[in-house]
Ligand binder design. Sequence first.
Ligand code: UDP
Ligand code: GLC
Ligand code: MN
Length: 320
Amino acid sequence: MAEQAFVTLATNDSYAKGAMVLAKSLRKHKTSKKLVVLVGPHVSDQSRAVLHKIYDEVRLVDVMDSGDTAHLAMMKRPDLGVTLTKLHCWTLTHYSKCVFMDADTLVVSNIDELFDREELSAAPDPGWPDFFNSGVFVFRPSNETYSKLLQYCTEHGSFDGGDQGVLNGFFSDWSTADITKHLPFIYNMSSIAIYTYLPAFKQYGANAKVVHFLGQMKPWSYTYDPKQRRVRGDVQEASHPSFLLEWWALYSSEVVPMLFREYGDQPFHSGCEEDVAPSQDAPLPMSSAERKQKWEQGQADYMGIDSFDNIQKKLDAFLK
Ligand code: UDP
Ligand code: GLC
Ligand code: MN
């Protein structure tokens, strides 16, 4: 039987960092599958060298772009046209079955059992659950499916400008045909769901197997203080603090040293605080009225006083 693989995509050095952490997290949880990364021509030689050390296969692909600015603008993510490049994963025909994972996902438990599922299995999108989220999906590489997908793109375009629109159009019976193709949410848990349904997260969050840092702010958009193990910056609700810390712990301990080795004397900013300017003095503590106002403006201090742990304590006290 041909081999099976986890597959991801990185068209630039930022997403390449995500791909490096994703592979480290899969290996940490002892996957027995091959790891494949599709890279675009803009990924630097240094990033590629590191990817070669972590992945079994690094495959250079052409960047496909929907150029569909109208739809992408609607989602406020003009950068997502390039996600059509994901469709190349169907050309990996030397594998019998694969699981695609976005480069902004982190594995927190072994997920090899996903290979028992059939194409196309995926978890519901948290924004529109009748569609699947295309950040994690099981598929069967096939040149025939690949050309049909490209043909579908040409004829119908993508309603969201990215791959998720195309894939949901193509596998359009996903929501109704076969419940075994619905992956449990724990295989693609976007941290945004934590704050929209806190009690569910409290009850089942510990079962999460894959965290998806969906949305504009990615783990690598922040900076990190490795000494204090703290993420700096205005942490948005899409990035749950403890998962964000888990991403940074893996990145700073296992990926950054490999990147520094490749960059040698050339400048390289890892995002860890040693290589950025020291931050300003700590802000003054806020009054409770000021805090309430910040919450109402959607600017909670998720890393500090409004952290999930503190919310949970409050919730526990309230339930008692
Ligand atoms: N991606 C990429 N380069 C880009 C944008 C996206 O390589 O400039 C890839 C990457 O694997 C990423 C996936 O496409 O995880 C989907 O994009 P993203 O995760 O940003 O979308 P979201 O999950 O936030 O909707
Ligand atoms: C999404 C998915 C992502 C996909 C993008 C574009 O929100 O999380 O995986 O690439 O839409 O369709
Ligand atoms: Mn994503």
